[in-house]
Design a protein around this ligand. Structure first.
Ligand SMILES: [Zn+2]
Ligand SMILES: [Zn+2]
Length: 169
């Protein structure tokens, strides 16, 4: 979805995006989410876009590969400025607001899909586990150790803990 600057008047526009049509079909992400966005005009060249994205990621446990749902929740605020970016003078750098993303567009258009996709990627957990104490997959025989035990784990003489216990003696 794209918003044209001309469509944004003095009254804020509220948008709800109920599907994930903003997610490209070849994305590595799988998400269901609802986005709520408010767009308002600050002046001729500046548009303020605020919103939140709430939903779920569908991914796989990094240890055992089980399907995992995790929360997607992101609040954001952008200032979209029509024009060329000016390189800030050094003394101005400190004045840049940290939590607000400012970006410049050459055409008077806001790429809402691009913003939602960026937020989904920014909020993506670095490592997803089905549970904090997931036991993972046995490196020896490949069984899921959350569900089964295997003979490999009985012979743990090669594990670092076995070596440690020998050292202590
Ligand atoms: Zn797991
Ligand atoms: Zn095993």
């Amino acid at each position: 979805m794209k918003l044209h600057f001309d469509d944004i008047g003095a009254q804020p526009i509220r948008l709800t995006v109920e599907d994930n049509s903003w997610l490209p079909s070849d994305a590595e992400l799988d998400v269901t989410a609802v986005a709520k966005i408010t767009v308002s005009r600050r002046n001729n060249e500046n548009i303020v876009l605020r919103g939140e994205l709430k939903g779920k990621y569908f991914s796989r446990c990094g240890r055992c590969g089980a399907d995992v749902k995790s929360d997607l929740q992101s609040s954001f605020e952008y200032i979209v400025i029509l024009g060329e970016e000016e390189i800030p003078e050094l003394q101005d750098v400190e004045c840049i607001e940290q939590d607000v993303n400012t970006f410049y567009v050459r055409e008077p258009e806001i790429d809402v899909d691009g913003i939602l996709m960026e937020q989904a990627y920014l909020d993506l957990p670095l490592r997803v586990l089905c549970s904090d104490n997931c036991r993972g997959i046995c490196a020896g025989c490949g069984v899921n150790l959350n569900r089964e035990t295997c003979d490999c784990s009985k012979d743990n003489s090669g594990s670092p803990f076995a070596i440690l216990s020998k050292l202590k003696k």
